[in-house]
Design a protein around this ligand. Structure first.
Ligand code: JCF
Length: 675
């Protein structure tokens, strides 16, 4: 092949690979299947190997360099890398805003802010010379950092060369390198499988990955970069607003945070903060606050800096999700299915916005893994609505009298023997419904809002009813008399009447709720609903063979086994009989197989203008379809609205029918679904 033809093919392959990378990592819109990408990459490597004179260091094939380094070189940041002042509450934000406006000559108009999540990662600087990545360095102390170019080159969301041509001759980009949560979980899962040490959190994992002398190791770590500003700029101009600079960076192929917004005034900053605080745990990465920056760069210049932080920016921190405290004791709780859970009693500590004095230790394997003892100083994590966890032990603070944690040899509540199944990490009380702890848990679950919804039957009352021997199982709730209730401590006439009325009301329920309320192991709401739809009534469900149960979507061998065990247990079925005798009733369902979309799997994606996606899902389910979250070969049809992204791409690739909202609405109307 003449070398000009090879050069042309290499150019075209590089351009395609760069484009796909940009679409995938910067715009978050995958365009080609992995196989296609891999083919192009293999071809590029093949051509570059046979024509080494055509190799360039900004080629997409050149992400992992050759030999490992023997040490990190130090670099100097010509424009210092600043840190940010912190704000911890609305008052701090008000003060920040007042200082700003005072400095800006008491101007009356509200100031515009560029807002973005503050990623919990490692700050880095990238220098592009004539559009080619020349150097990547850590922040270090802000003036001197370490050269980590070899490692940063392996990160797919960092372009080796900039796109377009309008970028400055020298452009220093600053941002945060972090590990997304999913990648972190996978990395740790693999480490545990291999018996290696796992990382404490995504930030440590990102730091450890960048501290490698051998870039081959870094290349295997799921790192991403998100850019938040610029440093040194020469031979070119940037726009006069921070947000416009970010837009430029994105056009040049750098990733910026998709949550970035411009707002006006401090109240809008509070709104932005609250919105993200509420969504914090649903983001794919860890954040520890929100960064607010004066958007106008000429105002930024006017405001300047104090020591090491700009006056024009502030980071409002979220409440910390991890704190240190002491493990005072461990108690063992018995759950609905007899599972015995070790619960850590902690010295109260303020973490994740609340005071925490208990945390779960999960099971004996987890205690082993943590190597925790009573008296230890531990790190407790509380994220969102998840129950607090003990994540690690501060090893060098172990007191001399720290005690090992002994797992009980019999049920701490009823004294029955305990058992650990080979396949499980869980130790269970074998007392079944003889065990008062299991009775209480079963009743609490039965009464809960999403089950029978018995208002006023809270944990305390369940405790009293079981302790007093008034109720042993859920059916006996319906035999309670007012006289019995009035005999309980702190129970007045009014509360007793209310509870009896709530019990009365709960008798009229639905089949899915009833199935869920029974608390059969592994049968959650979704499974209960699937079972109810599939069998239509209780008799068919209870009579179903294991094979028939396995025919229900979402029911696997384990769930089928738990279901059969329940139906084969005379004591369980006696409770059901008693419940029905007490008047618990529901309307049978139209069996799913008879519904028009039975057996089909649908996916809804993009923005639906008239229906909204939740409604669309509900309509589909009402017609018997299963609604899935992702497109696969099993998908029957995709409903796609404007803004549909990768799911639509996948559907096209797999040649799965796609309809728009209008077509979907007429399909619903055709099946008699009224909107
Ligand atoms: O996401 C971050 N951790 C982050 C750090 C975002 C920013 O906009 C920053 C920063 C550190 C310094 N901005 C500055 C000036």
């Amino acid at each position: 092949m003449p070398s000009s033809v090879v050069a042309q093919e290499i150019r075209s392959l590089r351009e395609r690979l760069d484009n796909w990378n940009y679409q995938y990592y910067v715009l978050d819109q995958p365009t080609v299947p992995d196989a296609e990408y891999d083919r192009a990459m293999r071809r590029l490597v093949e051509l570059e190997t046979s024509h080494p004179e055509l190799l360039r260091k900004d080629s997409p094939s050149q992400r992992v360099g050759a030999a490992p380094l023997d040490r990190f070189r130090q670099v100097t940041h010509e424009v210092p890398m600043l840190s940010l002042d912190n704000a911890f509450d609305e008052q701090d934000m008000q003060d920040f805003y007042r200082r700003l406006r005072d400095r800006l000559g008491g101007q009356q108009v509200e100031v515009e802010f560029a807002c973005e999540p503050k990623l919990d990662g490692i700050a880095v600087s990238l220098i592009y010379r004539d559009g080619v990545l020349e150097r990547a360095a850590t922040r270090g102390d802000g003036t001197t950092g370490e050269d980590i170019t070899h490692n940063v080159r392996t990160i797919p969301s960092v372009p080796l060369r900039l796109r377009g041509s309008a970028y400055p001759g020298v452009l220093e980009v600053r941002g945060e390198i972090y590990m997304p949560r999913s990648g972190f979980e996978q990395l740790n899962a693999r480490a545990r499988e291999l018996g290696e040490k796992s990382f404490v959190n995504p930030r440590n994992a990102a730091a450890g990955s960048l501290r490698q002398l051998d870039a081959k190791i870094t290349a295997r770590r799921p790192l991403e970069m998100c850019c938040y500003g610029v440093g040194l700029v020469a031979d070119g101009e940037l726009p006069g607003q921070h947000a416009s600079v970010l837009d430029c960076l994105q056009r040049w192929g750098l990733r910026i945070n998709s949550e970035s917004r411009v707002v006006r005034g401090i109240e809008a900053c509070d709104d932005y903060y609250r919105d993200l605080a509420a969504r914090r745990d649903t983001l794919p990465y860890d954040i520890d606050g929100i960064v607010f920056k004066v958007n106008d760069l000429s105002l930024q210049r006017e405001l300047g800096f104090v020591s090491r932080a700009p006056r024009w920016a502030i980071a409002r921190k979220f409440p910390a999700q991890e704190e240190m405290t002491r493990l005072l004791d461990v108690e063992f709780q018995v759950g609905r299915t007899g599972a015995i859970t070790p619960v850590a009693r902690l010295e109260p500590v303020f973490v994740g916005g609340v005071t925490v004095s208990n945390a779960t230790l999960h099971n004996s394997d987890e205690i082993e893994r943590l190597g925790v003892r009573i008296g230890d100083t531990v790190i407790v994590r509380r994220a969102g609505d998840v129950i607090p966890q003990v994540v690690s032990v501060v090893a060098d603070q172990r007191p001399a009298d720290a005690r090992r944690i002994e797992f009980p040899g019999s049920c701490p509540v009823c004294g029955s023997p305990v058992e650990r199944a080979d396949t499980e990490a869980v130790v269970r009380c074998m007392g079944g419904l003889v065990c008062q702890a299991q009775q209480k848990a079963a009743i609490r679950h039965f009464a809960s809002r999403r089950a029978m919804d018995i208002e006023g039957l809270g944990d305390k009352l369940v405790e009293q009813l079981v302790d007093e021997g008034l109720v042993h199982n859920v059916a006996e709730l319906y035999r309670l008399t007012k006289a019995q209730l009035l005999g309980l401590e702190r129970m007045g006439e009014k509360s007793a009447d209310k509870l009896l009325a709530a019990l009365e009301k709960s008798r009229h329920t639905t089949l899915p709720r009833f199935i869920y309320a029974l608390g059969i192991r592994e049968v959650g709401e979704a499974t209960a609903l699937a079972l109810a739809r599939h069998f239509g009534n209780w008799e068919n469900l209870a009579a179903a063979t294991e094979e028939q149960l396995l025919g229900v979507s979402d029911v696997g061998p384990v769930v089928a086994d738990h279901l059969r065990q329940f139906f084969d247990s005379p004591s369980s079925m006696a409770v059901v009989t008693e419940l029905r005798a007490a008047g618990v009733s529901w309307a049978d369902l139209v069996v799913a197989q008879d519904l028009p979309l039975a057996g089909e799997t649908w996916v809804v994606t993009g923005k639906l203008e008239q229906l909204g996606r939740d409604d669309a899902r509900a309509h589909l389910q009402a017609l018997g379809a299963k609604v899935a979250g992702s497109v696969s070969a099993k998908t029957t049809c995709v409903v796609a609205g404007p803004g549909a992204g990768s799911k639509l791409g996948k559907a096209r690739e797999l040649e799965i029918p796609v309809i728009d909202e209008e077509a979907f609405l007429s399909l619903l109307a055709g099946h008699g679904q009224t909107l």
